[in-house]
Design a protein around this ligand. Structure first.
Ligand code: FAD
Ligand code: NAP
Length: 274
């Protein structure tokens, strides 16, 4: 007589990875930063700027998930992510080793506040990013609606070192060279104003963006008026401390924080917790 317990164990297939997608491309920038692309779940609809949960199976066989901004635009066939590598981080200590062909868990439930729906119409749109906080703007910069809704898009990106700016710089150079985008960006491609700054390594523009706003240097460099709630809108993504400091500056200028349910002049999302 067969032992039903043994039979059941042998017959049970290995658990399939839930919500599995396949990695298609991986590019490393520094020992702390990389980007990767994966196949897109057929059911996934999202608004450019939103985030969702992605991850791998943990050592205990359970999904180990973290919030990630989708760096690709809503129209893209694949999903792109721009990631930190935290050497002792539960997820990214493993995630940094993924290769094309590997499987990744992508929970198809996008959410977030860095979306056009949360902002009132305006003339000039600011994206303020530090570090991997560039990711949601990598999506929104490739979204045609961004240029349909605004006359001018200013993207500031502050990192410690020059090398940490590479993902953003290459993405913007690529956009300006893209024939499809050139129509949206206008004559002279003047609709995108890229303003990278570093704080710990020498570069053409040094300093925290908060300081450059306070002193007026940002506006003088770009030849534009200071922040004005009548015309200006902003999206902010960085550390908690950065978000708090930018929020204070925006509120001092008279801009109000918006949400999906109540659009206003600016929106904020954290790039990481801690
Ligand atoms: C709404 C939201 C969106 C996010 N989007 C992204 C994204 O697009 N790309 C991304 O790399 N991360 C993003 N994160 C952070 C991400 O969820 C994880 O924290 C990160 O992948 C590290 O995971 P971990 O398990 O290795 O370490 P964790 O235990 O999650 O983090 C360990 C420590 O590493 C530091 N850290 C974590 N993430 C970052 C980061 N991105 N930059 C700098 N330091 C960090 C913090 O000090 C944190 O306490 C987002 C977080 C939130 C809340
Ligand atoms: N980036 C690295 O090379 C590195 C290496 C090892 C460990 N870490 C650790 O990893 C974590 C995240 O590092 P990160 O570099 O990705 O992010 P981060 O510490 O948030 O810094 C990213 C950029 O934002 C600036 N910034 C930070 N807080 C700000 C604020 N309140 N207002 C304006 N600008 C602000 C930083 O300037 P400042 O330089 O002036 O702070 C830096 O240029 C930190 O805990 C850090 O200690 C980072």
């Amino acid at each position: 007589m067969t032992d039903p317990t043994v039979n059941e164990t042998i017959a049970r297939p290995a658990p399939a990875l839930p919500d599995a997608q396949t990695v298609t491309e991986v590019q490393h920038y520094t020992d702390r930063l990389f980007r990767f692309r994966v196949t897109r779940p057929a059911s996934l609809r999202f608004r450019s700027g939103e985030f969702l949960m992605i991850g791998l199976l943990g050592d205990n066989g359970k999904p180990l998930l973290r919030a990630y901004s989708i760096a690709s635009p809503s129209w893209d066939d694949e999903l792109e992510f721009y990631s930190i590598k935290v050497q002792d981080g539960p997820l990214t200590s493993k995630l940094q080793h993924i290769q094309p062909g590997d499987q990744l868990i992508v929970r198809p439930k996008p959410v977030g506040t860095l979306v056009h729906d949360a902002l009132l119409p305006g003339k000039r749109l600011y994206f303020f990013a530090t570090g991997t906080g560039f990711a949601p703007f990598a999506s929104l910069l490739r979204e045609p609606e961004t240029y349909e809704r605004f006359d001018e898009v200013i993207i500031t990106h502050t990192c410690r070192d020059v090398e940490e700016l590479t993902y953003g710089r290459e993405l913007i150079e690529g956009l300006k060279a893209d024939e499809m985008m050139q129509e949206l960006l206008g004559d002279g491609l003047e609709k995108i104003r890229y303003y990278p700054t570093t704080t710990r390594e020498e570069s053409p523009k040094m300093g925290r963006i908060t300081k450059l706003i306070e002193t007026g240097e940002l506006f003088a460099d770009l030849g534009i008026p200071a922040l004005n709630p009548e015309t200006d809108r902003a999206m902010v993504c960085g550390s908690l401390e950065f978000n708090k400091d930018i929020k204070t500056l925006l509120e001092q200028a008279g801009l109000r924080e918006g949400a999906n349910s109540e659009p206003a002049e600016f929106v904020v999302e954290k790039a990481f917790v801690g």
